[in-house]
Design a protein around this ligand. Sequence first.
Ligand SMILES: [Zn+2]
Length: 126
Amino acid sequence: MAFICKQREKYYLAQRIKKNSKWINKIIRRATPAEIKAYQSTRGLATDLAPVTCAYPECDKVVLIPRTQKRKFMTTYPLRYNRLVQVYCSQECQDNHGKLLEKITNNANTGTETSCEGGEGMYRSL
Ligand SMILES: [Zn+2]
């Protein structure tokens, strides 16, 4: 697959090929202005990342998410669904946080198991 690469301030259309069992960028031709523009705009989006700290309280790792995504998480989602979206650095942290929340919730509602009968115990508040 061809892609744009930058060399000595000039843009080229290149292809990744295998030569002597090593991958090298083979330049096909100079990139057209349209191709350069497309390349620059995608690069711009890719670098517009927002650092977010992992939501698991025991973890302080920073996750980079696209700015557009963070915007949605902090605006559209809470407004539309009335909840904040938690960002985790890994599946493990998400699971751990889930377990932790469950434990706290269970402790808070000691004795009241969630059931579908009656008015009591139908809600689980965090
Ligand atoms: Zn984490």
